[in-house]
Design a protein. Sequence first.
Lengths: 218, 218
Amino acid sequence: MTTEQPTAALPDAPTNPVQALLEAPLSLRERKKLKTRQTVRREAYRLFAEQGYENTTVEQIAAAAEVSPSTFFRYFATKEDLVLTDEYDPAMITALLERPTDEPFLQSCRAVMTGMIHHLLEHERQELVTRMRLVTEVPALRAGLHRADNSPQELFLTVLTRRAGVEEPTYEMRVTAAAIGAVTTEAVLRWATGGGQEDIAGLVDRTFALLESGFVGV
Amino acid sequence: MTTEQPTAALPDAPTNPVQALLEAPLSLRERKKLKTRQTVRREAYRLFAEQGYENTTVEQIAAAAEVSPSTFFRYFATKEDLVLTDEYDPAMITALLERPTDEPFLQSCRAVMTGMIHHLLEHERQELVTRMRLVTEVPALRAGLHRADNSPQELFLTVLTRRAGVEEPTYEMRVTAAAIGAVTTEAVLRWATGGGQEDIAGLVDRTFALLESGFVGV
DNA sequence: AGTCTTTTGAGAGTTACTGTCATTTGACAG
DNA sequence: CTGTCAAATGACAGTAACTCTCAAAAGACT
């Protein structure tokens, strides 16, 4: 599973898939769960900022959020997951699959990335910066970013495979997904280490330009 | 530190850097250490093969190698490191830096990769296959491959920076290193999952061809 | 043979997780 | 409003990967 529980299956293709996943049926019991999840995350980030990621224990986080450690692990499989998981993968996938099949894949990615990031910028810029900064600075998190099941690389591979309508991806698809995944990660991390000040669209452009050029001149 | 202790600094540029690091001054005390390291690794791989990576504890490995757990951790910083560290990074770096500066970087990489792998093939094919297979199959290892300090990505970034004769790498260098690192990893892993039967040169060729083409047609 | 340094092992402690079970809490029917 | 059921929680015990400290053992060199 690459995301936190989607609570409801997506019924039909929404016009703007990035916005779409944000309105949930919002059951009654679910509100509490959501609030708990948010509280835990918020307290965790606060403690991370004060003491650093590695000096903060799960126990401390749980205490600060007023839940038991058991509960912490029911919400987040690992301490890393608290930082690394996000809810946007399915939206990315949908958006990418909605692109015309004859569009060069790099171009699709460029467009979707830009749109995605702009949305995030409006809604949770600060949290995104904090998270990505943590990822660059904590080796364990940087590594965790590449776990097979929720990495950008895996996301792109999924899309490429589905787009081609095949079961198993070809080697060329794997290589492509690896390259794009690595490169987009680099872009986002760079943007975050600059405090989110840099023009993200420009960054994405430079990144994909390099890929599309086949690295001439370097 | 990206490698196991080199025991002696490289005195001068060797004709074949890949071969070079293999003859050590071979001190007297060092032999025992080397033997211990090899024994631990060998026993570990044996146990991994029998029971799997995750079902094998460090304690078991230490027992099988007839050392204490303390000693295990003196030789390998983590259980992952046992699988992930290798001695070839410095050789790769040297080889890459010896390439003509005006050669396109992708071409340098392609050449050095091929040479490197051919050497490994002759000397430790089976171990390489086993290791890379483990890496593909165990999520923790796959993630560990990307820890900032010993990843292929970091290696390529080092070379690009030094080659340009600057202190801090540019963003373009970072992106390039990320892409090449991801893609070469993919090639090696694919080769290993095929049991090392596939033609590695051909695989490398396909991989770099894709990168050089800027992914036209995908 | 004696001294000095490096390597080793023993043991205690921390922390991220896992699994189990009893208790609580919200959902819903009547 | 009450009783019933399922889901969420907390308390607790256990495992395994590390970390630190210190004393014993072993190689190096005089």
